[in-house]
Ligand binder design. Sequence first.
Ligand code: ADP
Ligand code: ZN
Length: 793
Amino acid sequence: MPITHASATQFSATQANPKKASASVPSASSLFPGQGISDPRKRLSVLLPLPLDGTFDYLTPPGDDFPAGSVVRVPFGRRESVGVVWDNPQLKVGGDETPLPESRLKEIIGPCPVPPLTAVARRFIEWVATYCLAPEGNVLRMALSSAKALEEPSPHVAYELAEGSQNLDLSGKTEAGQAGMSNGIRLTPARRRVLQALQNGPARGLSDLAREAAVSTSVIKGLVDAGLIERRQVVPQAPFRAPDPDWPGPELSADQSKAAADLRQKVVNGGYSVTLLDGVTGSGKTEVYFEAVAAALSQQAQILVLLPEIALSAQWLARFAERFGSNPAVWHSDMTSKQRRLSWRAVAEGKARVVVGARSALFLPYQNLGLIVVDEEQDSSFKQEDGVTYNARDMAIVRARLGGIPTILASATPSLESLTNAAAGRYDRAVLPARYGQAQLPTIDVVDLRLFPPPRREGQKGSAAQSWLSQPLRTAIEKTLAEGEQVLLFLNRRGYAPLTLCRTCGHRLQCPNCTAWLVEHRLASKIQCHHCGYAAPIPNACPECGEAGNMAACGPGVERLSEEVANLYPEARQAVMASDTLSGPMAAAELIRAVQDHEIDLLIGTQIISKGHNFPNLTLVGVIDADLGLSGGDLRAGERTYQLLHQVAGRAGRAERPGRVMLQSYEPDHPVMRAMTSGDRDQFLAQESQARQAQAMPPFGRLAAVILSGPDPAQIDQIAVELARSAPAQEGFTLLGPAPAPLAILRGRHRRRFLLKSRRDLLPQAYLRSWLGRGKWPAQVRVQVDVDPQSFY
Ligand code: ADP
Ligand code: ZN
């Protein structure tokens, strides 16, 4: 029984199981009784992208065969599904069930017009399912992530230059050009733009072309009538030119060359390896792993680069294009369905040579993957928290091992997991100890907020008088702005204020569905739950006592900080960057460009600005609340806070001018703050490491979380108690809980947590299967398993 998804049980209960259903398609032998003996039909196992464990048996149509990995269409219940021909006899629905007789099997409808999934891809899907305790079908669904890509691409109408228009002079430099005439046809500027667009690119659809040339569609139709362009039926192609590995790269420093040569050699040698590329911020890690990408390109292999926050990676893409003369294929959740279809097919057909993507790009149908790079390997966004809970960094290493290929984990602040693996010799290490060129690492100071509390705002009362910038930070901001340099203020809190309360009765605005305060978003004029998305207008009167006009905002978010900045530095051009203030990747790219071109003096942002960006003129980073991540009982709170602060600090002084970082803190003696100011990362991590080792916590032990949730608290408490009682006692395993989750109610569901702790040499999967696999619980109760949990809420 699948234990991660209640829906799986519901699903199989309501859908006809093809193994049990009688075949609606008459078998060939019943139609042609004489042919039974030589009936060339084969029984094949097919894995379906549905929340189900194991495969289903089908028959091939007479005379047909489909090799393992083929993507096919099959009848399923009363519907049709796609599926993949599977070749692992261990994988069966119900396991011990005797196979259905052939006469009751349904027939495969036909193949989908895409290349088969490779054997490595198939083994990878099984591996992830087993490790994460997810139904294989759910993992397959992540691989078949564009339904449209599995269909025959339908030709569409596109426009291209008519013969003879190819060499039209559109420059306006010659006489014909100046007259704007071509064979007596008048070339208006709009018409000229269309022709120019087509001279520089492939045939395009009407609306794409009109948008690109900034003309109305009637202009294009006019050009067709004039015979200058033609309509044609074309099959859409993804615009992926192969990146050129021989395009000249930058000249590398001695350290960079050494690391790059090492990585290139690993690619040339082939075979599984993991290299931790450990280099300070600005040391040129990207340039160095680009050399490995170039080597893999020369070997005709496909390359995957996983990035956190891919939607914000405009700068990375520009650097890639500069290095290789063309764009990579991009993969993330913000893509249109058309983009997904084109990219998926291009990867499957091996035409997309380099893919840069978010975690889900790991499951694309590579034909010939030869290198995986995980940039910012410590980033928590590589962990998927719902559906199949997997860590893309860890699964990338599994994928590399199955495929026998090298992996590079790049970071300025590697995770304790990766550092421990490197120390134990399981990973190799390449180190870049200094910033590239003249750039120096910034100086880092802590501002003790106990000594320098932010001054109250004059002429204001109550919470309106509060401020968040201490005097030392203000002085530094003023100096930086006066010198014509840029400032970044970092506050990892979206919205205006994290909490709103009534000054009359003390009532706090809480989410009706979750154990969480509602966050005021003044720009959007609403209060919002950051966990479930619940939103309501900002109330003027207290919903509890009814007193009007006495609601107070508590604590700062980026919007409130922005208000203070506008008040203190009205001349400074400021911008706020948070995931909810940007309307999408385009808006993010535009804002980053504006900062880069110094159209912004002061940038305020949450953690989305902490990574990767290069702002040469940015010399001051102020961290408003450096203690923010330290509270709460999270295992990795210290490590995470250090990584985040280090990343943010790394934005300062990346070019000639030296950078300065100021951390506002109430705990200047905290080991994290000490590590930041002393710059002694390794000593800090050694301490962290010792503490974890003492408690046998990851990476020295293993954890798996089990989260029980349901609408009725009494019901889940009872189930939790029963589960605790039925847990097997086994040497090397400790079960903690049940306890109410810190987020005790989420989306109206009450939550209880168990934490299974085990020795590092023991894998928790078998324990979890034997413990939870037998359980049966009501449909509304969900039991989620999270192996190697990253979050503990
Ligand atoms: P990291 O990823 O380690 O933070 P980057 O790869 O972003 O570092 O490099 C930091 C800056 O230095 C970038 O602007 C990059 O273009 C520049 N840089 C790094 N190495 C070189 C090099 N060998 N030649 C020219 N510029 C370089
Ligand atoms: Zn909520």
